[in-house]
Design a protein around this ligand. Structure first.
Ligand code: SF4
Length: 623
């Protein structure tokens, strides 16, 4: 018989799947709170520390709380696949909902487009795909493999590919939602992989998406996902940035070129070059008065908007050649989407932030809302009860994401006994801005790595700091010291995990998502408090909006979240032990330290080296 309460359900899961019936109080509390919030349609924000088992908690809670459809939005596509392949099959065995069904849904460009593939197949021997030269021939080989795969695949999901195609090859057999005219207008609509995935989602009890697709749903005014009762945001601390990207606009010369190619609109080439020339001198610049605040950019955009209108009229006037109609429909969609984005950029006001950044080899003009909460509240939270969860919930997250004052906050802690397992060490060093800081920090790092016997993940706030530390210490230490630019991330983590005494020096990309349980990661060192860059355009705009309270409401929550994510790499299971060392005295001496410390796991704290040595001596005996 199916368990009728959260505790019974989670005990059953633990007993069947983990070989023991040990209850986890935090997990049960979270599942009960989720069930209650869903029943009462009350927004909930849950901080669930590492080891809570929050995925089972929110799935069980949501299924106990509603008979309606549940959407789970995760931070990455890898987490989507883990939920669908591991966690949901486990929860389905409980029988909380007979015949529980679920589907993974990704953005349209993640699926092979049958129509584009059939056109690419026809064009493969012609110059239309630009297959000349070595690069072109390699793309041609990738396209041929993709076309062969298209005949075999059941889902068309790019994640199932056994090889990594070039960007150009994948682009030639896929389309974004800004190009797809819809199944009804498409000759391949009845056999479309993306449409089939959307159909499966419409028939499922649980839909697993990523935050980007949820952002696209909100940006579309709620037209991407089927109706649902509950929406759960996992890794919710990343939601504000992802939503700002999804609700904003990005214009690049490459995007203009792609639309020109699709629409055979040679006249757009001049405007692509004009945009490139206008943006290039502004790289790294925030445009405080919007894109039209710069006369050259304003002119380039106005000219582009006019040219797009002309190309659109020319397409409309063409007599339909049935063989070309599908491509023309996609070109029309893409022209309209680009034209709409250019108009948006030309008309933006002070509710957005505009800046120019490097995107690969080209400049990108980006516009993002300063405040994503209004749109989320209007589109997402008005239609479904929101449950936000993460191991690190920054202060004010609910407000930032538009939850309003009625949201319930819950902290279920972590089942790990951090006071016994971990030590937080803040050495007595000069302020990071002092000229002596770097040399003293390197000496401290050498002492720490030696005391830990290697086994160190050193996290830096900049590439410069990482390279300086690596350059100084690599020959002074007897253990292997890997640097982030030695190898791709998965290969580095594999070596760090399997080579017990190795050390890994890395930057911000490694502060999250590194999961190395056991003794291989016994020391996490953080070079300084991870304040955002002063010239980050979005943060700058948020600071201006916050006024006098900006440091407390914008900067400190960000530092607290990032530091907690970095420190969270240390204890990954109940048998791990180790030290988190933060080489920045502000964590022990500043007036704002209580907020940052409150976001960290409750580790024992020290400023004395002798405690570190004693801790590792004890750990060594335990090993
Ligand atoms: S409907 Fe047609 S154009 Fe759109 S993704 Fe499907 S196959 Fe491609």
């Amino acid at each position: 018989m199916a368990p009728v309460d959260a505790e019974g359900a989670l005990r059953t899961l633990a007993a069947t799947l983990e070989g023991g019936g040990e209850s986890r109080a935090g997990q049960i509390a979270m599942a009960e709170a989720v069930a209650r919030a869903v029943r009462d349609e009350q927004p909930l924000v849950v901080r669930a520390g590492t080891g809570t088992g929050k995925t089972w908690a929110y799935l069980v809670g949501a299924l106990l709380g509603t008979k309606g459809r549940v959407v789970v939005a995760t931070a990455t596509k890898a987490l989507q696949d883990q939920l669908a392949g591991k966690d949901l099959p486990a929860v389905a065995t409980l029988g909380l909902r007979p015949g529980l069904s679920w589907a993974v849904l990704k953005g349209r460009s993640n699926y092979l487009c049958r129509q584009a593939a059939s056109e690419a197949g026809r064009e493969a021997d012609t110059p239309a795909l630009g297959l000349e030269g070595d690069k072109g021939r390699a793309t041609g080989r990738d396209v041929a493999r993709l076309l062969a795969w298209a005949d075999d695949t059941v889902t068309g999901d790019r994640a199932e590919l056994a090889f990594e195609p070039s960007v150009a090859a994948w682009s030639s057999v896929s389309v974004g939602s800004d190009q797809c005219p819809g199944a009804k207008e498409c000759p391949s609509g009845t056999e479309c992989f993306a449409e089939a995935a959307y159909e499966r989602a419409r028939e499922s009890d649980v839909i697993v998406v990523n935050l980007h697709l949820l952002g696209a749903h909100v940006a579309s005014g709620g037209h991407v996902l089927p109706d649902h009762d509950v929406v759960i945001l996992d890794e919710a601390h990343e939601a504000a940035d992802v939503m700002a990207g999804a609700l904003g606009v990005t214009l690049t010369p490459g995007r203009v070129a792609a639309v020109a190619r699709l629409a055979s609109a040679g006249g757009l080439a001049r405007h692509r070059d004009g945009l490139d020339r206008a943006l290039a001198p502004l790289l790294g610049t925030r445009m405080a008065e919007g894109a039209t605040g710069d006369a050259t950019v304003g002119e380039a955009l106005t000219g582009l908007a006019e040219a797009l209108r002309g190309e659109r009229a020319a397409l409309r006037g063409l007599q339909d050649d049935p063989a070309l109609k599908a491509r023309r429909d996609r070109a029309t969609k893409a022209l309209d989407a680009l034209a709409a984005d250019v108009e948006t950029v030309l008309q933006t006001g002070d509710e957005v932030v505009t800046w120019v950044e490097q995107a690969g080899s080209q400049p990108a003009l980006r516009v993002a809302p300063i405040d994503v909460g209004v749109e989320l509240a209007k589109v997402a939270w008005s239609a479904a009860t929101p449950i936000l969860t993460s191991a690190t919930i920054p202060p004010g997250l609910g407000r930032q994401l538009g939850l309003g004052s009625g949201a319930v906050d819950l902290d279920v802690g972590s089942p790990f006994d951090y006071r016994r397992l971990a030590l937080l060490y803040v050495p007595r060093l000069p302020d990071p801005r002092h000229p002596d800081h770097e040399a003293r920090a390197h000496a401290e790092l050498e002492f720490l790595i030696t005391a830990a016997g290697g086994r160190t993940l050193a996290l830096f706030t900049s590439w410069r700091a990482m390279r300086a530390a690596h350059g100084t210490l690599v020959d002074r230490l007897s253990c292997r010291v890997l640097a982030q630019d030695d190898l791709p991330k998965p290969a580095l983590i594999d070596i760090f995990r399997s080579n017990e005494t190795s050390c890994l020096f890395a930057t911000m990309g490694f502060w999250q998502g590194v999961d190395v349980p056991g003794t291989a990661c016994s020391l996490v060192v953080i070079d300084r408090l991870p304040f955002p860059r002063p010239d980050d355009p979005v943060i700058q705009a948020r600071r201006e909006r916050a006024g006098a309270s900006a440091f407390d409401t914008v900067d400190i929550p960000l530092v607290a979240t990032r530091l907690a994510q970095g420190a969270g790499r240390l204890i990954r299971s109940n048998t791990d032990r180790g030290v988190v060392a933060v080489l920045d005295p502000r964590l022990a001496e500043s007036s704002y330290r209580p907020v940052i410390l409150a976001a960290l796991p409750p580790m024992r704290r020290t400023r004395d080296r002798s405690d570190v040595t004693a801790f590792f001596d004890g750990a060594g005996r335990a090993r």
